[in-house]
Design a protein around this ligand. Structure first.
Ligand code: COI
Length: 354
């Protein structure tokens, strides 16, 4: 990697690491010592630095607080069996943050800034990468608009930040999900494929209504007809029917998940017939009724492989068979975990060593 940016480093002095109980870490509640920051002003990214993780300061008029001009990513780093820190497919997150940024009129970030910022940060905070089973260091890069201005136009000033959190599982048990037939997450021509902050804010209310009925998450359907399954908001969604793995095709309404891509690659290698296409709710409901759909699960960086045990449509809940260690989802979870932690050959070149 080329080292074209100069990063100023202000170290925390005394690490907060000893205060953390790695056996009991709630997802997203524990923050590592440092963060990487870059500022965008006068038409370029500059002022690269690593500082102790702390409060930020910007004015109440800042555009991000009103109009949500912001994009983010999620990645994970793992401690390998040889003690190395391995980040899973970060170049994909680099590409996707720029796709999202383009849609939200946010300036592009260069590979040098993204990768060098990430690498330096993880060098400094390498002891924050946990090595217990089912733990990792979650990495959150994001960009947000900072113009102090009340009109609607793209900002001229931004911050790009990367911070990290040691995490355990995002979902601690198999999920009950409800097929959402009324509210929409994304429509054609919209921002659904981007990791734009507002997409997630807009999903909160429908998810809250579903949670009040005892569900954990939603399966979003297409905004035009509500007849086709799209994604689950925190993850892409997949079904196993016989020897087929079925998932919604990605377009402009579905996030191009990196875990999704990794699972599809492994499924093909294992001889599954992978179908990326429009998946109708009717097909899923009929498949559940007839017992043809053996597994349903979400895929995502935070969620990894999240087993679904109940799918609700209207007033009817369909319960899936319990997944054993031989199920596709259990095996692909284990396979990915072994690749990410260096226990199995990384034949696709997915790991980036810090
Ligand atoms: C991720 O999987 O990394 C995400 O960004 C989803 C987020 C809503 C937790």
């Amino acid at each position: 990697m080329t080292d074209t940016i100069k990063i100023n480093i202000e170290s925390i002095g005394t690490s907060r690491l000893s205060q953390v109980d790695f056996n009991h870490i709630d997802f997203g509640k524990v923050y590592s010592d440092h963060m990487f920051i870059a500022d965008y002003y006068n038409g370029k990214w500059q002022n690269f630095r690593i500082e102790p993780y702390d409060m930020l300061s910007f004015t109440p008029g800042s555009a991000i607080l009103h109009y949500g001009q912001s994009v983010f990513e999620g990645m994970k780093a793992y401690k390998s069996i040889t003690g190395d820190v391995l980040v899973f497919r970060p170049e994909k997150n680099f590409q996707r943050i720029n796709k999202s940024a383009e849609r939200m009129c946010i300036p592009q970030i260069s590979e040098e800034i993204f990768m060098n910022g990430l690498t330096e940060l993880l060098h400094i905070d390498k002891n924050w990468v946990p090595d217990l089973p089912n733990t990792s260091l979650y990495i959150r890069p994001y960009i947000f608009a900072l113009d102090e201005f009340i009109g609607i136009r793209p900002s001229d000033n931004y911050k790009f930040i990367i911070f990290t959190c040691p995490v355990g599982p995002y979902y601690s048990k198999p999920l009950k999900v409800k097929i959402e037939r009324e509210f929409s997450r994304a429509v054609h021509g919209g921002t659904g494929y981007a990791k734009a902050a507002g997409n997630y804010a807009g999903s909160l209310y429908p998810a809250k209504l579903a949670q009040q009925k005892g569900y954990d998450q939603l399966i979003w359907t297409d905004g035009a007809t509500h007849q086709y399954v799209e994604e689950a908001g925190t993850m892409n969604i997949m079904f196993i029917k016989g020897n087929k793995l079925i998932t919604a095709e990605t377009g402009d309404t579905v996030l191009r998940g990196i875990t999704r891509d990794s699972v599809l690659t492994i499924a093909k290698e294992w001889g599954y017939e992978v179908e990326e296409r429009r998946v109708s709710v009717d097909e899923i409901v009929q498949g559940l009724k007839k017992g043809e759909i053996k597994e349903a699960f979400g895929t995502g960086t935070a969620a990894t492989i999240a087993t679904i045990e109940v799918i609700g449509d209207g007033d009817i809940d369909y319960t899936l068979p319990p997944v054993g260690p031989d199920s596709f989802s259990s095996r692909v979870f284990a396979e990915l975990d072994q690749i990410k932690t260096g226990k199995k050959e990384d034949k696709y070149g997915w790991n980036y060593k810090i």
